[in-house]
Design a protein around this ligand. Structure first.
Ligand SMILES: N=c1c2ncn([C@@H]3O[C@H](COP(=O)(O)OP(=O)(O)OP(=O)(O)O)[C@@H](O)[C@H]3O)c2ncn1[C@@H]1O[C@H](COP(=O)(O)O)[C@@H](O)[C@H]1O
Length: 112
């Protein structure tokens, strides 16, 4: 999933906050509230780790990809419910990546 796909999905998720719960799965989650969304995140996390163990046993990764997509999706709904989006998480990952990049550079310079 590229950053573009994440951004496009996040825009749809924002629109669904105003949609009728009968016509939209995401709107129905918002209407049920944070506890229901967290229940789904927990369910999908469990299904993802079971799929990871199965993938290790069988070498088949299709179910793991499917369950991880469900987990990412429900995590995005949780973030959206709380006024956050994928950019907030990507920024944090980029900050860590920049920090580790700088540390790597510093240790390479020290060795010279
Ligand atoms: N990416 C997804 C997506 N991934 C998973 N799901 C739904 O997440 C649910 C997965 O949970 P389960 O397998 O536990 O299914 P369930 O038994 O129906 O769920 P519960 O009754 O327990 O809540 C299913 O209903 C899937 O359809 C998704 N529903 C929507 N999207 C995206 O969100 C957008 C908005 O969706 P709507 O709000 O439905 O228009 C869509 O255009 C899609 O791009």
């Amino acid at each position: 999933m590229s950053n573009d796909t994440l951004s496009a999905l996040a825009r749809v998720l924002e629109q669904r906050k105003q949609a009728a719960p009968d016509n939209s799965y995401v709107a129905s989650l918002h209407a049920k509230g944070l506890n229901k969304i967290l229940e789904k995140v927990g369910e999908e996390a469990t299904e993802t780790l079971l799929a990871a163990k199965d993938a290790q046993r069988s070498g088949q990764t299709k179910d793991l990809v499917y369950e991880t997509a469900d987990l990412w999706f429900h995590s995005l709904v949780m973030l959206s419910h709380l006024g956050l989006g994928p950019d907030d998480i990507l920024q944090e990952l980029e900050r860590r990546f920049d920090l580790s990049g700088l540390e790597e550079k510093a240790s390479r310079t020290e060795k010279k």
